[in-house]
Design a protein around this ligand. Structure first.
Ligand code: HEM
Length: 387
C-alpha cells in the first residue's frame, strides 16, 4: 500500500477493518505541503482517540501505542514547539558528533565478529539490527551488558511484528518502567549522555520538562530511532549489492553520504505511514478530504514520484544529484529529531561494512528477500549474504 502509486491517482481512499477509512497520498508535492502545514493538519487526532475509546479501532491496531502515548509525534503547534525546544537543549549537534568515535568502535566490533566467516551470514541479525540499538543505548548512557541486552530484546519484540498485541503492549510498558527506573539512577550518577542532558535541562530556570515528558522522549527516541535505522541500512545494502556499478562508484568516490541520501529517497525504511488529520475540509488535487478523516502520508511514494524525480525515479542512483530534497526524514515541524544521528550512523555502517568486505553480496536473489512491514517501516526480515 505504502510504496504504490495507483491508477486512481495520488490520493486514494483506503478501507481498514473496524470502520476506519483513511486517505493515502503518494505525490511528492502533496506530501511536502501536508507535512509543512500544521495549521490545518494535525498529528494528534481527536477522532482517533474517540474511536479508540469507542472500541471502533481494532484491538490489534498496530499503531495503538504510538497514538496513545504522550510524545512529540502526537503533539501539535505550540505544545509541540515547546517540547521540541526543550529537547533541543540536550539533543545537540555536538552530542551527536561526539558519538562518532563510539559508533565507529561499535561498528568495528560487530564486523570483527564476522571475520573468517565463509558461509552465509544473516546480515540483519549480525549487523543491521544490533547496531542502532547499541547506538541509542550509548546515547542514553545505558551501561553495556545485561541492561543493553534487555533493551535489545525488547526492541526486537517491537521490531518483529509477529508479537501479539498483548506482548507488544507489555513490552512497551516494560520499556517505560525500565526508563523510569533508569532516569532515577542517572540523577544520582550523571554522565555525559542525553539522559543526563535532559535531567540538567530540568534544572534550568523557566520552562522545563516534567518527569513524565522526559520518559516519553526517551521512549520515542528508542522506538523511532531503532527500526527505521535497522531497515535503512539493510535496504541500502540490497540496493548496492544488486547494482555493483553503484557500489563501485560509492567506493571510488567515497560517496557514502550520497548513498545514505539516495537510500532515504528511493529505498526509505519509512514507507508510510505518518498520519495527519485535517481540522477543516482540505482539497488535494481533485479530492476533498473531509475534516477529521485520517490522511496517510506516503513518504516512500513521494520519494519515487516521477513528477518530481523523473521517469527513472524508482532507480537507486547516487549520481542523480538532488532535483528536490527528499522527504525521507519528513518535513516541517515534525522533521526527524534524530536525522543527524541517523545520517552519521548509516554512513559509518555502510562505509565500514563495504570497506571491510568489498565483495559482500546477497546469497539469494533480490526477489527472494523476505520483508517485514509495519504500517510505518519496511525492511528485510533477514538478509543472507556472503562476505
Ligand atoms: C520523526 C524518519 C532515525 C527520532 C521522524 C519522521 C520521519 C523519520 C519521516 C517524521 C514523522 C512525522 O512527520 O510524523 C527516520 C528515518 C530514520 C530515522 C528514515 C533512519 C534512517 C531516527 C533516529 C532517531 C529518530 C536515529 C533518534 C535518535 C525521531 C523522533 C521523531 C522522528 C523523536 C519525532 C519528531 C517530532 O515529532 O517532532 N523520523 N527517522 N529518528 N524521528 Fe526519525
Amino acid at each position: 500500500i505504502c510504496r504504490y502509486r495507483d491508477e486512481n491517482g495520488p490520493v486514494s481512499p483506503i478501507e481498514f477493518p473496524g470502520k476506519v477509512k483513511a486517505w493515502m497520498v503518494t505525490s511528492y508535492e502533496m506530501v511536502n505541503a501536508i507535512l509543512s502545514n500544521d495549521d490545518v493538519l494535525y498529528s494528534k487526532s481527536p477522532a482517533y482517540f474517540t474511536a479508540l475509546h469507542d472500541g471502533t479501532v481494532p484491538a490489534d491496531w498496530p499503531l495503538r501505542q504510538l497514538i496513545e502515548g504522550d510524545h512529540l509525534l502526537v503533539k501539535d503547534r505550540e505544545e509541540h514547539r515547546r517540547l521540541r525546544s526543550l529537547i533541543n537543549r540536550a539533543f545537540t549537534p555536538g552530542r551527536v558528533a561526539g558519538l562518532a568515535p563510539r559508533i565507529q568502535e561499535m561498528t568495528d566490533e560487530l564486523l570483527d565478529r564476522l571475520a573468517g566467516e565463509t558461509g552465509v551470514v544473516d546480515l540483519v541479525k549480525a549487523f543491521t539490527e544490533p547496531l542502532p540499538v547499541a547506538v541509542i543505548c550509548e546515547l542514553f548512557g545505558v551501561p553495556e551488558g545485561i541492561e543493553r541486552n534487555q533493551i535489545r530484546e525488547w526492541s526486537n519484540v517491537l521490531l518483529s511484528h509477529t508479537a501479539s498485541p498483548e506482548e507488544a503492549a507489555a513490552t512497551g510498558a516494560a520499556i517505560l518502567g525500565y526508563l523510569a527506573e533508569f532516569v532515577e539512577r542517572k540523577r544520582g550518577a550523571p554522565g555525559d549522555d542525553l539522559t543526563t542532558g535532559l535531567i540538567k535541562a530540568q534544572e534550568d530556570d523557566g520552562d522545563r520538562l516534567s518527569d513524565e515528558e522526559m520518559l516519553w522522549i526517551l521512549w520515542l527516541v528508542l522506538i523511532a530511532g531503532h527500526e527505521t535505522t535497522v531497515h535503512l541500512i539493510a535496504n541500502a545494502v540490497i540496493a548496492l549489492c544488486t547494482d555493483r556499478e553503484q557500489l563501485a562508484m560509492a567506493q571510488e568516490r567515497d560517496a557514502w553520504d550520497q548513498v545514505v541520501e539516495e537510500a532515504l529517497r528511493s529505498r526509505n525504511s519509512v514507507v508510510g505511514v505518518l498520519f495527519r488529520y485535517p481540522n477543516e475540509d482540505v482539497r488535494l488535487g481533485e479530492t476533498t478530504i473531509p475534516a477529521g478523516e485520517p490522511i496517510m502520508v506516503g513518504i516512500a511514494g513521494a520519494g519515487t514520484d516521477p513528477a518530481t524525480f523523473g521517469a527513472d525515479a524508482g532507480r537507486f542512483d547516487i549520481s542523480r544529484g538532488a532535483r528536490e530534497p527528499h522527504l525521507g526524514f519528513g518535513r516541517g515541524p515534525h522533521f526527524c529529531l534524530g536525522a543527524p544521528l541517523a545520517r552519521l550512523e548509516c554512513r559509518i555502517a555502510l562505509a565500514s561494512l563495504f570497506g571491510r568486505y568489498p565483495d559482500l553480496d546477497l546469497a539469494i536473489k533480490e526477489d527472494e528477500v523476505g520483508y517485514t512491514s509495519s504500517f510505518i517501516t519496511e525492511g528485510p526480515s533477514a538478509l543472507p549474504v556472503v562476505l
